[in-house]
Ligand binder design. Structure first.
Ligand SMILES: *Cc1c(COP(=O)(O)O)cnc(C)c1O
Length: 359
């Protein structure tokens, strides 16, 4: 076996101990006599898995009691449409910050359900910064303010929770949830697909304040109605049982690492080392303004585009995979989520220095 360092943006690297535990438990989970993927979602064994999943996530993020935690399907992409359907209530407008490709998609989908006010946009900087908060147009009649806390493609991340001036704050945290400490009580709704920082694809976490739900229209499918799913422990239909189990293992792994505060320190160190290596080189550069650089996704370009292919080939030969940037921005991107060990980042830095020396 030869596992590589996998810098994929998602689905992405999982902790090796989690994969090994899943392997060990594949045929029989605890003393159940069967695999998790064979269990009834209504049975007592799976109920234990579901309860531990929710309570571990609640404790890792210190989710207050007046928030529901849902585990849904359809990815973060489905939420782009489901959020307005569920929480507009009697309002007809919603505010969105446009800070990159994922914000753009959220805005486009929301436009089918409400009038979208783009409160601010960094499109004019080609999404390499975040507009000054004092310039944001926050409309008091809007149902909420939506923002993407980490732009996975552009490598731009909010370093603190924005001030929504009283509007319920909605955040797409798909690519940085559990990577840094947050105060959930400052949010109306947080959502995230699991395939970046929580394990395999197939589950979407929605954390939503009680008072925002229960107002979906009749045209919202029941499985996509937050209040209905909350009433049914996210089991209105058969959930992605095996994926819940795998996400649960990742959460237990994170708790064993010391939780969010401990992993955040590691993430700060990993990102700082990689950005420093990029900034100090004459071959590589990162276009994002320093205060907004993502700790999770680090895009960089080589001075000479003709070196892209040789770079990727040599990286792969050194066990460093999935470094190609998103097709919309080109260049390279190293995604260094929670499960990427520091050794992987150091191996990448060493390789980059060696490649620069020989090219
Ligand atoms: C990956 C990603 C999405 C899309 O997730 P899907 O599960 O493919 O729908 C949305 N937002 C952000 C910030 C992402 O990183």
């Amino acid at each position: 076996m030869s596992r590589v360092y996998n810098f994929s943006a998602g689905p992405s690297v999982s902790p090796e101990s989690v994969l090994l535990q899943a392997q060990q438990e594949l045929l029989e989970w605890r003393d159940s006599g069967m695999s998790v993927m064979e269990m009834s979602h209504r049975g007592k064994h799976f109920s234990t898995i579901a309860e531990e999943l929710e309570s571990d996530l609640r404790s890792l993020l210190a989710v207050p009691d007046n928030y529901k935690v849902l585990f849904l399907q359809g990815g973060a992409s489905a939420q782009f449409s489901l959020i307005p359907q569920n929480i507009l209530k009697d309002k007809t407008k919603a505010c969105y910050l446009n800070t990159g490709a994922w914000s753009e998609k959220a805005i486009k989908d929301a436009q089918s359900y409400c009038e979208v006010i783009v409160s601010a946009s960094s499109e004019d900087t080609r999404f390499t910064s975040i507009p000054e908060a004092s310039t944001w147009l926050l409309d008091e009649q809007s149902a909420y303010l939506h923002y993407t806390s980490n732009e996975t493609i552009h490598g731009v991340e909010f370093q603190s929770t924005p001030d929504s001036n009283g509007l319920p704050l909605v955040s797409d945290m798909s690519s940085n949830i559990l990577s840094r400490k947050i105060d959930v009580s400052q949010y109306g709704l947080i959502y995230a697909g699991t395939q970046k920082n929580m394990g395999p694809a197939g589950v979407t976490v929605v954390i939503v304040r009680d008072d925002l739900i229960g107002h979906a229209g009749k045209t919202t499918p029941p499985v996509f109605n937050y209040a209905e799913q909350a009433k049914n422990q996210s089991m209105l239909n058969t959930p992605a049982t095996y994926n819940w189990y795998l996400v649960g293992l990742v959460l237990k792994w994170l708790k064993a690492q010391g939780g969010v505060e401990a992993i955040e320190q590691l993430n700060i160190a990993k990102a700082a080392k990689l950005y420093q290596a990029i900034d100090q080189s004459t071959l590589y550069s990162n276009p994002v303004a320093v205060p907004f650089r993502s700790r999770m996704n680090v895009p960089f370009i080589l001075g000479d585009e003709s070196l892209d292919k040789p770079f990727l080939a040599a990286a792969a030969a050194n066990g460093l995979f999935e470094l190609k940037g998103h097709r919309s921005v080109g260049g390279m991107r190293a995604s260094i989520y929670n499960a990427m060990p520091e050794a992987g980042v150091l191996a990448l830095i060493d390789f980059m220095a060696e490649f620069e020396r020989t090219h």
